[in-house]
Design a protein around this ligand. Sequence first.
Ligand code: BG6
Length: 480
Amino acid sequence: MKTKADTLILFGATGDLSKRMLLPSLCALDAEDLLRDDLKIIGTARSELSDSEFRDMAREAIETYLPEHRRGSMAEFLGKLSYSQLDVTTPEGYAALAEKAGLKDGNDHQVAIFLSTAPSLFEPTIKGLADHGLTADNSRICLEKPLGTDLASSQAINDAVASEFSEDRIFRIDHYLGKETVQNLIALRFANVLFEPLWNAQHIDHVQITVGETVGLEGRADFYENAGALRDMVQNHMLQLLALVAMEPPTDFNPTCVRDEKVKVLRALRPVTSDETVTGQYRGGASDGEIVPGYDEELGRESNVETFVAIKSHIDNWRWNGVPFYLRTGKRMPERVTEIIVQFRDVPHSIFPGAKLCPNRLVIGIQPEENVTLSMMAKVPGIEHEGMTLRELPLNIAMDDAFTGKHKRIAYERLLLDLIGGDQTLFVRRDEVEAQWNWIDDIRATWAKDDKKVKTYPAGSWGPSAAIALAERDGVSWHE
Ligand code: BG6
């Protein structure tokens, strides 16, 4: 599906995601003339709002979350917005929505529907859409996470959506795929001849993926208690990063080829044993220069839900045989950082007796800094009596320097543009989501079987000491 949508319907348009990400992203795209002039954006939610009240809400959200220099002529963007009140669980409201979307006038409109509502509302929404002619071939649907809490619930959601939309009209969001450096990872691997010959078990010792956040529960206790770090971050974002690092070269940069290669990696993930995972939960401490309470204090009771998880994983295929992929993510870490470390092996033989040779390391910084650094050994300038002095030096490909003038984008900008344009390459296919859940469910079953208890860690630290031990047992240190 490559036809461009002329109508975008946002369900949950008054919600947090819409205010923080979707409306600001759309406004930024419009400011750069990336949206067609006649695009209609229809917000829907339960609140009673007139078009102009919705526009006022949108204006406020944009002024709060989008830097001024990216807003362009807001009036023009706000003019594209309208609102249709709707309770997705009752049939009333859908007819008015269909009319607002112009579906009654017999024109061949192309409609993109974005559901940023609770997954429990997906099924009634799809039924309502179907009953009012909004699921025909001219419409596509975009779903926000969480897509289930395990494989079975994810399959139920996927089945409900598939009953009305063919897979080529379903766009599942993983907002990490919209991040600039995540896409750059694909460019780095497949637009250069340099890395690919070395990108295998023969030359790579291990890979680390860290997603550290300084934030805590952020008032999401209900959601988080049913998720935990494993399901909230690893099941989706981290496994997508892993898949992009580990996949075979796709034959083309198109949705089928890229996703075919990712899913092979996800299916090749070896089930992990309980001692290959560490779970943690933060206690009070200092984070971002502030004294913060522990998870149990924020929640008001004890809980065994992990706010941190570290995993040693393996991909059972030829390329990655014996190469561990260490994953860790946590709330209330010392810093907000998402990075991928590709640690190369030692040189096979050193001709520099006495010199400590550090193996090459590729650091792909995804946030907050978007940069790529390759550490290399080099000679320290100077004349010495014997031999030469060597030092590890970083080769920086800092994105800010390399591409000055390009501003940091919200990940949703790319994804909304692709949804409207009908390009699924950066969206997750059903078989990927299900392979991800399969692996995650297995880990959770191991935890349940072993009655695994979270270890505590002070807010502002890199998780429980057992996480350090998990890597150090193999002679590996987490990159910090
Ligand atoms: C979301 C998680 O998917 O990703 C949140 O539900 C997390 O818990 C967020 O904070 C992190 O996204 P980003 O883009 O800030 O790294």
